[in-house]
Design a protein around this ligand. Structure first.
Ligand code: NAD
Ligand code: DAU
Length: 636
């Protein structure tokens, strides 16, 4: 492995050159000793053939340099390094021979007349060169003196790892772990390999314990608590099989990126970073098991005429050309056929719209049957927190009873996947840190309570009836087609029309805003590759306070900050939401939109689509607006 070094003669290089110089001199002296077969007679020869002591280093060290022997990381030395050592030795010897036997005699300069001494010098120099480099590697690989004893690994529940694949990748991981004294928390207990010839062999001192069938027994026997699949070029079926074996015994598995991803250059930045972590830590997750996506054909998207639902419909029709998308939506004030405009013309029968209420089981069942629905993605909900404070009943109906009705249908028709679109609000507020999927649900508004209820129901259907379900808990979305009751479109449209931007309380309530297409990408990924029964947090980590959001929007639209007015707070408002999204990232999701780009795209969309939002500012809207803001705005 080469490393780029702007200073070619750095300290390390100088040390190595000094070692090589000593080795060359020793080689010459030894060559004479061997040739003459007497130690005491050596001095006259050395004096006579002194040119060899100048010539050999002058030739060899530049040759070694040209072969990058001063720029390699010897810790990772392999056969390619061995070949370079041998080749540089041979080429150096050839040049020395030509100069010694041809050039020096022509120039009448004293030279070594013994061919065997010159040959021996070449052989010994090359052997010493190889030994010095592999000695370096041995020193770097030495086991740290303060290594944790095996008994401690058992008592303290540290990582005891099984590497599946006793090939190059497995050996690499094992070697790296040994090279890094900092990896005290982990120990490789053994290798698994299906090649019987490798059984009971050792790699870097670690035994090959058995084939994949033996995994459950070995895990029990050796108290293994983690497996790493080190088979970068294995076919997906083998990986699936191993993954299945491990999941039946609840053994966490990690894997390296596939060799094809590496070669195709299709690895994401995130994965590369994780790969670097292997370099840095000697052991770490790279890319967890990339499951083969489940195959779907006919999807029912409930709430598909709303904000996120409609973006998802556009996204899925675009991304999955062989899918039929059936939108099932009640068309409440938040549902809008304009959001789906043009889809019939563009996609023909692949797109179907059905008006219906998810609470109405018979209608849901008819649609599933008629369109041979094999998966349901449930966006349908009453979604505005402020409205849930005014009229909680519709939230209970749609968000809980409606979800029940869909689950009932999913069970009856045995759909391949039921995906519930949930929210970060189910965790309640968090003042410090971030919520992960295992955290308890501590809802504080009627809206979030109904969403949490739905999540629990979904989970219960998985446990009780084996329905294959997944849940995503998303943070606040921004983007096209959002009804202007939510903060971002409300602030944009108010700013455009020089109206007050009502900021609740002290304005320091923090939300994590993500661009809606990133949310759709995450749902698509979980739908196809998420583990059944699992919950995935889904947020971009853009934590912004409402007051800052208002200022950014005004700044972008070149409107004065005097349009901001702090108004009476939303009762029981959550101070801050924050999600830990590691789990979905291990499936391969990362947001593509930065907050700034997402906000800019959103503002521009509203600027360019007045036809869409102007109609929404109707009597119904102003009725809601007055109820919500009139009194607040009148109190300065
Ligand atoms: P939205 O209010 O814009 O759209 C809701 C859609 O559901 C509308 O089209 C509406 O007509 C439809 N609907 C309502 N009741 C129905 C019923 N009984 N039967 C059929 N259709 C019905 O909502 P949104 O902001 O797009 O949110 C979609 C989903 O995502 C919701 O479940 C919400 O809880 C969740 N979520 C939203 C956000 C966000 O920032 N907006 C963030 C995380 C999760
Ligand atoms: O976190 C995900 C949730 O995000 C979703 O589950 C909900 O469906 C969605 O509506 C949204 O809920 P929020 O309550 O966070 O969004 P809203 O846009 O209503 O408010 C965002 C922040 O802005 C919040 O701190 C309250 C503040 N706000 C809101 C409005 C409407 C104001 O300061 N003034 C306002 O007028």
């Amino acid at each position: 492995m080469d490393i780029k070094n702007k200073n070619p003669i750095g300290l390390r290089t100088r040390y190595l050159m000094a070692i090589d110089l000593v080795c060359i001199v020793i080689s010459i002296v030894l060559s004479f000793i061997i040739r003459i077969e007497a130690l005491y007679d050596i001095w006259p020869y050395l004096k006579k053939y002194w040119t060899l002591f100048i010539l050999a280093p002058l030739v060899r060290i530049p040759v070694y340099y040209l072969f990058h022997l001063y720029k390699r990381i010897w810790r990772y030395a392999s056969t390619s390094e061995l070949a370079s050592i041998a080749l540089s030795g041979v080429i150096g010897s050839a040049i020395i021979a030509i100069i010694n036997f041809v050039l020096l005699p022509i120039l009448n300069i004293p030279h070594c007349i013994s061919g065997s001494v010159v040959t021996l010098e070449g052989i010994l120099s090359t052997i010493f060169l190889g030994c010095s480099r592999f000695l370096l590697r041995l020193l770097q690989e030495r086991i740290p003196p303060d290594e944790v004893p095996d008994s401690l690994f058992l008592t303290q529940n540290r990582r005891r790892i099984l590497i599946i694949g006793a090939g190059n990748a497995g050996a690499m991981i094992s070697r790296m772990m040994k090279s890094y004294p900092s990896v005290q928390e982990s120990r490789i207990i053994g290798f698994i390999d299906d090649d019987p010839s490798k059984l009971s062999m050792h790699i870097h001192g670690v035994p090959v314990l058995g084939t994949r069938d033996a995994i459950p027994a070995l895990v029990k026997k050796h108290h293994i608590n983690e497996a790493i699949i080190a088979m970068p070029s294995a076919d997906p079926d083998s990986i699936d099989d191993i993954y299945h074996i491990c999941s039946t015994i609840s053994l966490p598995v990690r894997t390296l990126p596939s060799i094809y991803d590496l070669l195709a250059g299709s690895m994401t930045f995130d994965q590369l970073r994780q790969l670097r972590t292997i370099d840095d830590m000697g052991y770490q997750i790279s890319k967890p098991h990339e499951k083969r996506p489940i195959k779907l054909t006919s999807l029912m998207i409930t709430g598909g005429a709303g904000f996120i639902g409609s973006n998802f419909v556009h996204f899925m029709l675009r991304e999955h050309p062989d899918y039929r998308i059936v939108v099932f939506d009640k068309l409440t004030y938040a549902g809008n056929l304009d959001n789906l405009q043009g889809l019939k013309g563009k996609y023909g029968d692949r797109y179907v719209f059905v008006k219906g209420d998810i609470c109405e089981y018979s209608k849901v069942a008819d649609v599933i049957q008629h369109y041979k629905i094999d998966s349901i993605v449930n966006f349908a909900a009453e979604s505005h927190v402020d409205r849930s404070l005014m009229n909680p009943e519709s939230f209970l109906n749609t968000n809980i009873y409606g979800t029940y009705s869909l689950l009932r249908a999913a069970r009856h028709f045995r759909v391949k996947r039921f995906h519930q679109v949930s929210t970060d609000e189910v965790y309640g507020q968090v003042t410090r840190g971030s919520f992960s999927e295992e955290d308890p649900l501590e809802t504080r508004s009627p809206y979030s309570a109904t969403k949490a209820g739905a999540d629990l129901l979904v989970h219960a259907y998985r446990t009780s009836f084996g329905i294959p379900v997944t849940i995503t808990r998303g943070s606040n979305n921004i983007g096209p087609y959002q009804y202007p009751e939510k903060v971002v479109p409300l602030f944009i449209l108010n700013a455009l029309e020089d109206q007050i931007l009502p900021v609740y309380g002290d304005g320091l309530y923090v939300r994590d805003y993500q661009y809606v297409i990133d949310h759709c990408r995450g749902i698509d990924l979980v739908l196809h590759t998420g583990e059944s029964g699992e919950i995935y947090n889904l947020g971009a980590g853009n934590e912004v306070a409402a007051i800052d959001l208002a200022k950014m929007i005004l700044h972008y639209l070149k409107k004065p900050e005097s349009l901001i007015q702090l108004v009476a707070d939303r009762p029981g408002q959550d101070r801050r939401y924050s999600l830990n999204c590691m789990k979905i990232k291990t499936l391969g999701w990362t947001p593509k939109w930065t907050f700034e780009k997402g906000l800019e795209d959103t503002i521009n969309w509203y600027l360019n689509n007045e036809w869409w939002w102007r109609k929404l500012k109707n009597a119904e809207y102003w009725k809601f607006y007055d109820t919500q803001y009139k009194e607040r705005l009148s109190k300065k």
